[in-house]
Design a protein around this ligand. Structure first.
Ligand SMILES: CC(C)(COP(=O)(O)OP(=O)(O)OC[C@H]1O[C@@H](n2cnc3c(N)ncnc32)[C@H](O)[C@@H]1OP(=O)(O)O)[C@@H](O)C(=O)NCCC(=O)NCCS
Length: 161
């Protein structure tokens, strides 16, 4: 299981090297129509957006294993806007640990729902989201590009859940 202690919150004012490394990963792991690489810096300046990343070790120079970005889109709803784990670190629980940590972070504001969009062909991601209780809301046609659809998924929380 992933070492949760290695998950850190990005401080966008101080971590330009970390952001550069994540942008490089983003370019490598996602096709252009899904990539946030060009907007990463701008996105992270927004006060309603945050990013958690996982380092392989506690050392500052340890490589980044994965990252998750989230955003509070209203007083009741947050969104997971990106999740990725480097290929050679997959299937070791890191994606799940990052997603759980992001959901916890989102819930520090009293939201009732976390939602996201995911390409239905991303089977590992869809399975992970379903494992953590996300349900498919609808298929959004041409969400990423004219021929790339998305599932809109959500999980609801009550105060005691
Ligand atoms: C989706 C992703 C983040 C999962 O990361 P990961 O660290 O490999 O996932 P975990 O090891 O934590 O797996 C947790 C759960 O995810 C699902 N899962 C992960 N990989 C899977 C695979 N290859 N096939 C099916 N289910 C898979 C399973 O439900 C798994 O639970 P289990 O181990 O009890 O079966 C990773 O595959 C990835 O970065 N993919 C490319 C980017 C992407 O698609 N991002 C999401 C859209 S933005």
């Amino acid at each position: 299981m992933a070492a949760a202690k290695a998950i850190r919150e990005l401080d966008p004012r101080r971590c330009s090297e970390i952001i550069d490394e994540i942008v490089r990963l983003e370019k490598k792991l996602f096709p252009k129509h899904e990539s946030l690489a060009r907007n990463f810096h701008d996105e992270l300046q927004k006060t309603n957006t945050g990013l958690l990343y996982m380092k392989f070790s506690e050392e500052d120079d340890g490589e980044i294993v994965g990252y998750v970005m989230y955003s509070w889109i209203s007083s009741l709803c947050a969104s997971i806007t990106k999740l990725a784990v480097k290929e050679n670190y997959r299937r070791q629980g890191y994606g799940e640990a990052l997603l759980k940590a992001a959901i916890q972070k989102c819930r520090t504001r009293r939201i009732q729902r976390v939602c996201l969009h995911v390409d239905p062909t991303r089977t590992p991601a869809v399975s992970l989201y379903q494992k953590l209780g996300f349900q498919i809301d609808e298929l959004v046609k041409s969400y990423y590009s004219s021929d790339r659809n998305a599932f809109r998924m959500y999980v609801d929380f009550t105060d005691d859940s």
